[in-house]
Write a protein that binds this ligand. Structure first.
Ligand code: AMP
Length: 541
């Protein structure tokens, strides 16, 4: 017997309709690519998204077609997502930090029919457009006054493009399992893989994001997602924020410490989300200029491990840190560090030990850790194994690789991360499976060592890699970027770490560099770092 409730498919346009109806005047503020601060609201965003949908239909874009966006977080990019999905097409977020050949590769794989791009990326696409024959038209996300002279095929300014229709249009209806978004994983090994979100998975994930113990998005908030829309679905914020009716603040192309600080203060931001490298820039700006935060009260930090020193920086200033973990394949949020009631009495170091973990699974994310034979391991906070996940907003197959099985026999997806889970359900990432250091048959967590090293007051960034060792297979090498104007002594650094970790975890050596390589999504690029140190020999070897 089936239930007798209404059939109300979970389609993305329902979110922007709700925002426009219930919170029509709520502001959407952007640091525009052209320069000035731009202000609009949900009513106007919806009206213009309808025009995007109508205009796409006029261009022959139909159900299932892919439309690329190569853009920063702006109100136009937001309108584009709702417009594209509102006609049944699929927004394909292209990460501008990829190499041009990688961009051409994913555009060809996705067979994008059109691309909406920011002014910033016009030269980039001019250089690779010959390799992207599927794109029939380039829409530059600007107005006529700022439209550059360009050789991009059928190029038109976005404002002119949407002005060619009257906006008298109805959203298309279809099954909620219809594809809505496409985001390729960074693919440090092999070709990038396309994760294809559906309307249903995005709407469910938007609801998950709003929960108090997830991102706690509320109509009372002013929210600045610094995490780009081209990175892992913007951590659901492009959907959760309008769904809740919060004020939306979008940073455009400027993610440096000074620009982020200015937006946080002038727009009364209460909640923001970004990867640690972005927070590092803000922290450095605040320290150098001796300025403080006045409205911010929560930050979400994820994408890479958040070091305890970063958590302390914010919490000393009355800003609660929620450490989150997830991945593109998970829409992307998997766990979040909200404190459960049984831990509410914890203080000081004990509380920090929990906050530094990646958090507990949110609703609709099932987790398990397993050994290499896929036997479940206990949740004792000690045993670590491969972290596997299951849920309605988690990938079941990759785009155009539908014949490849990526789930185990219980339907779980292997995240490629190695983790522990404690008896309270808090998960802690030890490493990417391929980055963990194997010393004498035991594993050393590079993340733990990095977290410890950046706790040193003169260290800006730290990375740990395994280096070949004749006796132990691999031993840890600590690579450090000192803070500007600071010098650190190797032995003093090791002394700082001594006693805080097991003796056999101590790095065998420390090397100082000016810069540590990062991936297109802002993570430490261990593959590149290992390459840079391929001729390096440990003094202990
Ligand atoms: P992406 O798909 O680019 O978002 O990358 C996902 C991967 O980033 C995960 O599988 C983890 O290896 C890593 N990651 C994300 N969040 C965290 C975190 N809070 N701590 C450690 N690693 C993280």
């Amino acid at each position: 017997m089936l239930g007798l409730m209404q059939d109300w498919p979970l389609l993305l346009y329902k979110i922007i309709d709700h925002a426009a109806q219930q919170f029509g005047d709520r502001e959407v503020v952007t640091r525009s690519i052209e320069g000035p601060i731009h202000r609009t609201n949900y009513r106007e965003v919806r009206d213009r998204a309808l025009r995007v949908a109508q205009r796409l239909e006029k261009d022959g874009i139909k159900l299932g077609d892919r439309v690329a966006t190569l853009a920063w977080n702006t109100w136009r990019h937001l309108e584009a997502w709702y417009g594209i999905t509102g006609v049944g097409a699929v927004y394909h977020t292209v990460n501008p930090r990829l190499f041009p050949e990688q961009i051409a590769w994913i555009v060809n794989h996705a067979q994008d029919r059109a691309m909406l791009l920011d002014l910033t990326f016009v030269p980039l696409m001019e250089a690779v457009q010959d390799k992207c024959p599927s794109i029939e038209r380039y829409v530059i996300l600007t107005d006529k006054a700022h439209m550059p002279a360009t050789k991009l095929k059928n190029a038109i300014a976005y404002e002119e493009w949407i002005a060619e229709v009257d906006g008298d249009f109805a959203w298309k209806d279809f099954d909620e399992n219809t594809a809505a978004g496409l985001c390729y994983t960074s693919g440090t090994t092999g070709d990038p893989k396309g994760v294809l979100y559906s309307h249903r998975s995005n709407v469910l994930h938007a609801l998950q994001g709003c929960m108090k113990d997830t991102l706690s998005v509320s109509a009372q908030d002013s929210i600045l997602p610094i995490v780009p829309m081209f990175h892992a679905n913007a951590w659901s914020l492009a959907f959760s924020v309008p769904l809740a009716g919060a004020k939306f603040v979008l940073p455009g192309a400027k993610l440096d410490g000074a620009s982020v600080y200015e937006l946080l203060e002038t727009e009364g931001v209460t909640l923001s989300a970004a990867v640690p490298t972005v927070w590092l820039m803000l922290m450095q700006h605040m320290q150098a200029n001796k300025v403080e935060l006045h409205t911010l009260n929560r930050v979400v930090i994820g994408g890479s491990a958040c070091p305890p020193s970063m958590i302390e920086f914010f919490e000393e200033r009355g800003v609660t840190v929620n450490h989150a973990w997830g991945m593109t394949e998970m829409s992307p949020i998997g766990t979040i560090g909200a404190i459960k009631p049984q831990l509410a009495a914890l203080k000081g170091k004990d509380l920090m030990a929990i906050k530094a973990k990646q958090g507990h699974a949110i609703f609709a994310v099932e987790m398990k850790i397993t050994d290499d034979e896929n036997n479940r391991l206990p949740w004792d906070g000690v045993k670590f194994g491969r972290l596997k996940v299951k849920g309605p907003a988690i990938a079941r197959r990759y785009f155009k690789r539908e014949d490849e099985e990526i789930l185990d026999e219980e339907g779980f997806f292997d995240t490629g991360d190695v983790a522990t889970i404690d008896p309270n359900g808090y998960m802690q990432i030890t490493d990417r499976a391929k980055d963990v250091i194997k010393s004498g048959g035991e594993w050393i967590s590079s993340i733990d060592l990095e977290n410890l090293a950046v706790g040193h007051p003169d260290v800006a960034e730290a990375a740990v890699i395994g280096v070949v060792h004749p006796k132990w297979d691999e031993r840890p090498l600590l690579v450090i970027v000192p803070k500007e104007g600071k010098e650190i002594d190797r032995d003093a650094m090791l002394k700082f770490m001594d006693g805080k970790i097991a003796k056999w975890w101590m790095p065998d050596d420390v090397q100082f560099v000016r810069e540590i390589p990062h991936t297109a999504t802002g993570k430490i690029n261990k593959l590149k770092l290992r390459e840079e140190f391929k001729d390096y020999k440990l003094p202990s070897a």
